[in-house]
Design a protein around this ligand. Structure first.
Ligand code: BG6
Length: 510
């Protein structure tokens, strides 16, 4: 199979017919992301011609009611608007609804019969994608029932059709629970059938990290401790937790963003070149990065890992409430909505180079970027009266305003010749002039194709928990004394500035 990163563009490849079953079809993710993704894939001719989608959820609903809800979600959330009525009129005929509890055998038996009927009607040949967009506690039971009712196939016995399961994050709550979950689901599924989603990997700009690093010759020789002073990875959001109080009280920012999205960015930016572009080769290299992260010594936690929680403040001039006042949040909650950390990757490439990671809710603006700061030029020429020139910085903007910029020093025209840093800037939007596909489009498409490159493998997930679980344990031992410790609309707690400041560096201004 040709690898997605090798393709010149999105095209309909030889794609198997299939039925996609979405568990949790009335949930938020389905409405905001999955339905619009299916619509756009369908509209662009990317889905198999023989395709059907079944929404599985607990509420009573007719097929027609489900279709109307899907349409309304597409109209609200699709990246392309308005909805193409002519296309939708036909496409909606491929959407169905199946009501059942997640733990009831009858529901799965009925689903099996229904899917067989759809196979006969749409020639979908028994191929299945099951998308588990449900609370993590339901993952094991759904997978067990899928196997029990012959919906998830044994890959050793069934070779003429396939079944794959997409599992939403978070995969586990810490090292032990992730290992337990893995143990449970691997009783029923082979690793090749499991697609652990981290939607960051479906973002065009994240995929471009590999192309940028390994399809250009000029960067690789500089990409190491000899030339790089430090790396900063920022995932900033201006939104609060909105209606997700219950979820956030369970998870917090470390589990929601750091363990998955930020660790994926870190491994892509730090990995060695893979031997080829296969899913195995790429994931092998990513996991080696995670294995090389130096564990924090007990005395380092205070100085290398900073947590925060937002208080009331202003976002874009509007007053907003603090985390503890949000719906479904305990008034004395100690859950973190901000995290900054410094870590080291103890391998030959990165020895001694600090990686600073920060992520948070209710920061002044939304912005995800990876910034590589290079070492200073030798200070023998062009020093400006005791002042260092700015270092070169390569910033890869993941979102929004997707692009890559390089800060270089330049002579200001004129006889006095002061030196000024300037930016060379590449912007996806203006250069390619099109809206990139949403991450979920890419990931659903890849799963139907059987390409797991952009999904997390079990050892990656386990390794990431292995690094971060000690932080969770330390936090459980020591409750924060100063929460809330940053006002909404500011760049996080002072302690995070002090952490990087002690190293003689500062957070980038986004
Ligand atoms: C999700 C988190 O995985 O990613 C959310 O659960 C977060 O809390 C979201 O807001 C950010 O995704 P994106 O694509 O908007 O950066």
């Amino acid at each position: 199979m040709q690898h997605p990163l090798e393709e010149a563009g999105r095209s309909s490849r030889n794609i198997d017919p299939c039925v996609l079953v979405i568990f949790g079809a009335t949930g938020d993710l389905t409405g905001r992301k999955l339905s619009p993704a299916l619509y756009n894939l369908g509209r662009e001719g990317m889905l198999p011609p023989n395709f059907a989608c079944v929404g599985f959820a607990r509420r009573e609903k007719t097929h027609q009611q489900f279709r109307e809800e899907v349409k309304s979600d597409i109209s609200t959330y699709s990246r392309v608007k308005p909805i193409d009525e002519k296309f939708w009129t036909h496409f909606q005929e491929q959407f169905f609804y199946h009501q059942s509890d997640f733990d009831k055998d009858e529901g799965y038996a009925a689903l099996a019969t229904f899917l067989n009927q759809l196979d006969a009607r749409f020639a979908t040949r028994g191929n299945r994608v099951f998308y588990l967009s449900v609370q993590p506690k339901y993952f094991p039971i759904i997978i067990e029932k899928l196997k029990k009712h012959g919906l998830a196939y044994d890959i050793h016995q069934t070779t003429d059709k396939w079944s794959r399961v997409i599992i939403e994050k978070p995969f586990g709550h810490d090292s032990d629970s992730a290992a337990q979950l893995q143990k449970e689901i691997s009783k029923h599924l082979d690793e090749t059938q499991i697609y652990r989603i981290d939607h960051y990997l479906g973002k065009e700009t994240v995929q471009n990290l590999l192309v940028f690093r390994f399809a250009n010759s000029i960067f690789e020789s500089l990409w190491n401790y000899k030339h790089i002073d430090h790396v900063q990875i920022t995932v900033a959001e201006d939104i609060g937790i909105g209606t997700r109080g219950h979820f956030f009280e369970e998870e917090g920012l470390l589990r929601d963003i750091v363990q998955n999205h930020m660790m994926q960015l870190l491994s892509l930016v730090a990995m060695e070149p893979p031997v080829n572009l296969s899913a195995t080769a790429i994931r092998d290299e990513k996991v080696k990065v995670l294995q090389s992260i130096r564990p924090w010594a007990a005395q380092d936690f205070e100085t290398s890992v900073i947590r925060g929680q937002y208080g009331p403040g202003f976002i874009n001039g509007e007053k907003v409430i603090g985390y503890r006042q949000e719906k479904d949040v305990a008034p004395s909650s100690n859950i973190e909505t901000y995290l900054a950390m410094r870590l080291f990757i103890d391998n030959w490439r990165w020895a001694g180079v600090p990686f600073y990671l920060r992520g948070g809710k209710r920061l002044p603006k939304r912005g995800t970027e990876i910034a590589i700061t290079f070492k200073d030029a030798p200070g023998v020429l062009f020093q400006q009266r005791g002042k260092r020139n700015d270092p070169n910085v390569l910033a890869m903007r993941i979102q929004p305003d997707e692009g890559i910029s390089m800060k270089i020093n330049c002579k200001v025209p004129g006889p006095s010749s002061p030196i000024q840093p300037v930016k060379m800037d590449f912007r996806y939007g203006s250069y390619f002039g099109q809206t990139p596909p949403e991450a979920y489009e890419r990931l659903i498409w890849d799963c139907i194709l059987g390409d797991s490159t952009l999904f997390a493998r079990s050892d990656e997930v386990a390794q990431s928990w292995h690094i971060l679980t000690p932080v969770l344990e330390e936090w459980a031992r020591k409750k924060p004394q100063d929460f809330p410790n940053y006002a909404s609309g500011t760049w996080g707690p002072k302690a995070a500035d002090e952490m990087i400041g002690k190293d003689g560096r500062a957070w980038r201004i986004l």
